[in-house]
Ligand binder design. Structure first.
Ligand code: GLN
Length: 205
C-alpha cells in the first residue's frame, strides 16, 4: 500500500516511523506528484493554521480536498484532526481545512485547563489494552454528524465527556499523538481496518 505523510510542517518523521513499524513504506508528500502517487495519507500533528497555509501555497489544498471526496483514506492526528474537520471553533480568521469529516472540533480545547497532558484511554477497536494518549494543545470534538463513530473519549475536569478519536467512512482522526509513544495500535488500525479495506473495495468496483 502506498501511504504518504503530508510533510509541510509538524511531526512527520514520527509518523513515518510508526507507519514503517506497521509494515508500510511511507513517502513524504510535499508536491502534487507525490500526492498523486499515494493511495492513503497521514496528516501529522503540528499547527493546523500553518499546515493549511502551506498546503495552499504548494497548491495541495484543493487536490487533497478532491482526493478526500473521491474516498482516499486519511488519518489525521491533532492538527491533522482539525484539518479533516468540516467545522472548527476557535479558529483563526479565515482558517481553512481540507474537511471531509462531519465533525465540529474546538482548537486548543483542553488549553484552558491544561496545555498538555497524558492519559490512558480506551480505544474502541476491539483491543482490551488501554492506549497511552499524549495531548498537546489538543482539540476535542464538540459535535458529530450522524455517520461518525466515536472510538475514544476523555472526560474533562468539569465531568463532561469529549470524543478524542472518531471515524467517518475512510477518515480517521485523533486529538492525541500516537506517533509519539511507540504504541502503533492507532496506525495499525488505520492501515488494516480503514485504509486496506477501503482500497480493496475501490479495486473491486
Ligand atoms: N493547537 C494546534 C492547532 O491548532 C494543534 C496542536 C498539535 O497538533 N499538537 O493546530
Amino acid at each position: 500500500m502506498k501511504v504518504g505523510v503530508l510533510a509541510l510542517q509538524g511531526d512527520v518523521r514520527e509518523h513515518v516511523s510508526s507507519l514503517i513499524a506497521c509494515g508500510v513504506d511511507p513517502i513524504s508528500v510535499r508536491r502534487i506528484e507525490e500526492l498523486r502517487s499515494v493511495e492513503a495519507l497521514v496528516i501529522p500533528g503540528g499547527e493546523s493554521t500553518t499546515i493549511a497555509q502551506l498546503a495552499e501555497h504548494y497548491e495541495l489544498l484543493q487536490p487533497i480536498r478532491a482526493r478526500i471526496r473521491e474516498g482516499m483514506p486519511v488519518y489525521g492526528s491533532c492538527a491533522g484532526m482539525i484539518l479533516l474537520a468540516d467545522r472548527v471553533l476557535d479558529a483563526i480568521e479565515g482558517q481553512k481545512t481540507f474537511g471531509g469529516l462531519d465533525i465540529t472540533v474546538r482548537r486548543n480545547a483542553f488549553g484552558r485547563q491544561v496545555d498538555s497532558f497524558e492519559s490512558d484511554i480506551d480505544f474502541n477497536d476491539g483491543g482490551k489494552e488501554k492506549v497511552h494518549a499524549v495531548f498537546i494543545r489538543a482539540p476535542w470534538v464538540e459535535e458529530i454528524g450522524k455517520d461518525i463513530s466515536v472510538l475514544a473519549t476523555v472526560t474533562s475536569p468539569d465531568g463532561q465527556s469529549h470524543p478524542v478519536a472518531v471515524r467517518g467512512g475512510n477518515l480517521l482522526a485523533t486529538s492525541f499523538h500516537p506517533e509519539l509513544t511507540g504504541d502503533h495500535r492507532i496506525h495499525h488500525y488505520f492501515i488494516e481496518e480503514v485504509a486496506r479495506p477501503a482500497l480493496v473495495r475501490g479495486r473491486d468496483r
